[in-house]
Ligand binder design. Sequence first.
Ligand code: C2E
Ligand code: MG
Ligand code: MG
Ligand code: MG
Length: 280
Amino acid sequence: WAKDDGKGRWTLFDPERNEHRMTRQSLSSTLRQAVERGEFVLDYQPLVALDTGEVRGVEALVRWEHPHFGRLGPGRFIGLAEEDGSIVQLGRWVLAESCRQAAAWQRERPDTPLVVSVNVAVRQVWDSDLVADVAAILHETGLPPQLLQLELTESAVMGSAGRPLQALHALHEMGVRIAIDDFGTGYSNLAYMSRLPVSTLKLDGSFVQGFRSAEHPNPADETIVEALVDLAHRLGLTVTAECVENAEQAERLRRIGCDTGQGWHYSRPVAAASISRLLD
Ligand code: C2E
Ligand code: MG
Ligand code: MG
Ligand code: MG
């Protein structure tokens, strides 16, 4: 059974197969080779225009097809990969694979632009030549830069002088879009964000989950989202809501004027082939 101590540390006890105990250490020691062995796969989750219901893009979400433990979600290994630095290699693979896939979708459907949104870890901005990697990958895959969006967290860009700031500006000049992921969970300095070359805020799922319901009759989160969307729009930013799980939430977000929604109401993250079917 898996035991989580609430701080992101966990262990899996399996007395039957002691040789394959899933510990942080056992995963960490195989992370690096896992990229080379091609054990990672990407699922994609649609980003849907709230007013028309059209699919505008997809977020690429990484999974590890572990030879012993089966399919592992990113919560199990992204933190480890950030700690031991293998995130740089993994992140480069994620970027290359999602751009390759997006370019293929683009060739199949030249009249339907589909943005691919890729999560970028703090360490990728600091420890790798992200700008050069992105430029090379766009060149190799032929994906138009406007169809690539990079998702960074607030902590990755807050107070970012020097290298991260230069990287953001260089990517923006290339035509790549920047989104702030999980917006509202960190410092949430909207004034600061508006001075960065950011085009989209992705409102953290906790806001939508706090919308009015039988259990929560006082919709403070709805008021906050309304104010945030209004302010973001005045600052020239678009807003995506995460964790849209039902039609009622989608309708409220649409009325508030939120631009895009993402969540189980539209689709779970699915394999690339399912996205192709969805687009047809
Ligand atoms: P995120 O970027 O905020 O991604 C959204 C997460 O919310 C995904 O979890 C997705 O499966 C989940 N989700 C989507 N719709 C709903 C919904 O309606 N309700 C609820 N409750 N959840 C929903 P996932 O795939 O487990 O990814 C978790 C996090 O791992 C991501 O959060 C992202 O921060 C990170 N991650 C994923 N792929 C990568 C990657 O390639 N690189 C890096 N650096 N981080 C990644
Ligand atoms: Mg994300
Ligand atoms: Mg997010
Ligand atoms: Mg989130």
